[in-house]
Design a binder for this molecule. Structure first.
Ligand SMILES: Nc1nc2c(c(=O)[nH]1)N[C@H]1C(S)=C(S)[C@@H](COP(=O)(O)OP(=O)(O)OC[C@H]3O[C@@H](n4cnc5c(N)ncnc54)[C@H](O)[C@@H]3O)O[C@H]1N2
Ligand code: MOO
Length: 406
């Protein structure tokens, strides 16, 4: 058996970053920038009002500060989007709506709630200072501002910023397309009758889902029987269609575990079959078919998902431009014990990570830890890392990998 870090490093060293290209901003959420981005427009693009109210000149502010109350004639009303460049006459003011351009010689806006106004006159008796309620041109983003560094993962707020300064496309690493295949004669499709000896193919569906929620496009490549010629054809066809191939099953030592043998043949003898010193997800195969990375995950349903988290996801992150692709654990206090015996493996214990009543991170190890027990896995949001040994006690601080992060 080899340590997990060795397997992860081997995979990462054989993974290239996907092509950088100009991506339409509405397709870029979750992608990573391939270059730094600078603003070529400013925000706000003109001085505008932050409130609905009355815009006044500094001379009126001075009069107000002297006398405590002023009356000003309302010369016009300015709506948001108004294209007019306005300058107002002495002794007058304008009604103005949130976001509308400020007349060039006005220096504050009084909120409409603080004004007694008729259609033509406004009486102002509140305190106001120059600059109040005005959002100055360029005060949020000036032209030339470095918006984002290269290798920034784009979130909805990044997308909004890019739209606000006029980027229709953004330079980013292309989204990966993942094809998922299930292998095994025992597999039945959902919706098919379940005859004796068969089980439903759950891996294909859970793997399509986890690949999709990891930010990839996915392609369902179906179930392939345990027949070398069928597997060979399916793998070769997949390599033409997708950027990454994921299979489950057939990577252990059974008589019909052909996946690793066919993968090795199609990667010109360069595939690696590994027994990783972890539980679950011990067997794993990795290779490339016509330069398309191929991940042979174990068939046990929990193992397939854990293998995806620990081995596929870091590779996807690297392909998508993440400079620190390996998952990082957090520390939390165990709310229960986990007993194990030394077996040379690091265990990943399905668990529930949460914030306790004191506001600290706590983690509950779940009961059923069998690698076929997918229902229990579905209740987990994290994996407690337990090094080889006897396990941990209640209230002990443990390392935890949260599941589900991009
Ligand atoms: N003699 C040994 N036997 C096994 C070992 C070992 O070291 N020596 N390792 C065990 C471990 S650990 C795992 S994990 C499995 C991995 O086996 P394979 O990757 O070859 O997978 P299969 O044998 O095809 O299936 C294992 C198990 O999972 C079920 N399965 C398979 N595909 C699906 C699917 N798409 N959806 C739901 N369930 C699936 C399958 O029916 C089996 O029960 O090997 C152990 N054996
Ligand atoms: O390691 Mo297998 O992946 O336990 O079930």
């Amino acid at each position: 058996m080899i340590p997990l870090t060795q397997a992860q490093q081997y995979v990462l060293s054989n993974i290239d970053t996907s092509r950088a290209m100009a991506i339409p901003i509405d397709e870029a959420n979750g992608l990573i920038t391939s270059g730094s981005l600078e603003a070529m427009e400013e925000i706000p693009p003109f001085d505008n009002t932050a409130v609905d109210g009355i815009a006044i000149r500094s001379e009126e502010i001075d009069r107000l500060n002297l006398s405590g109350s002023i009356e000003v004639r309302i010369a016009a009303t300015i709506a948001a989007g108004s294209p007019d460049k306005v300058e107002i006459a002495p002794g007058t003011c304008v009604r103005i709506m949130t976001g509308a351009p400020i007349p060039s010689n006005c220096s504050a806006v009084v909120m409409i709630e603080d004004v007694v106004a008729s259609d033509i006159m406004a009486t102002i008796s509140c305190r106001i200072a120059p600059g109040d309620n005005i959002r100055r041109k360029g005060s949020d983003i000036a032209i030339g501002t470095r918006l984002f560094e290269s290798n920034t993962r784009l979130t909805p707020a990044h997308i909004g910023v890019l739209a606000s300064v006029g980027f229709a496309k953004v330079p980013a690493f292309r989204r990966i397309k993942i094809g998922v295949i299930s292998t095994g004669d025992e597999l039945a499709e959902v919706g098919q009758a379940l005859t004796y000896g068969k089980i439903r193919d759950s891996n294909r569906h859970s793997l399509l889902a986890i690949a999709s929620s990891s930010g990839a496009n996915v392609l369902d490549l179906g179930i392939v029987k345990d027949r070398p010629e069928d597997l060979r054809k399916a793998f070769l066809d997949a390599a033409k269609e997708v950027d990454v191939i994921i299979t489950s099953g057939g990577v252990s030592v059974g008589d019909f575990d052909y996946t690793k043998a066919i993968l090795n043949e199609l990667s010109n003898g360069k595939a690696q079959w590994m027994q990783i010193a972890i539980r679950p997800a011990k067997p794993f195969a990795f290779g490339k078919i016509d330069n398309t990375p191929f991940f042979g995950l174990p068939g046990n349903p929990v193992s397939a998902l854990v293998s995806f988290e620990l081995l596929v996801k870091p590779a996807l992150r690297k392909m998508q431009g993440d400079l620190e692709p390996l998952p990082r654990p957090v520390l939390a206090k165990a709310t229960g014990a986990y007993k194990r015996t030394p077996d040379g493996k690091r265990h990943f214990v399905r668990s529930n990570l949460h914030v306790n009543n004191s506001g600290a991170l706590a983690v509950k190890p779940l009961d059923k830890q069998g690698s076929h027990m997918l229902h229990e896995m579905s209740k987990a949001n994290s994996l407690i890392i337990v090094e080889d040994g006897d396990g941990f006690l209640k209230d002990q601080e443990v390392e935890v990998l949260p599941l589900g992060a991009l």
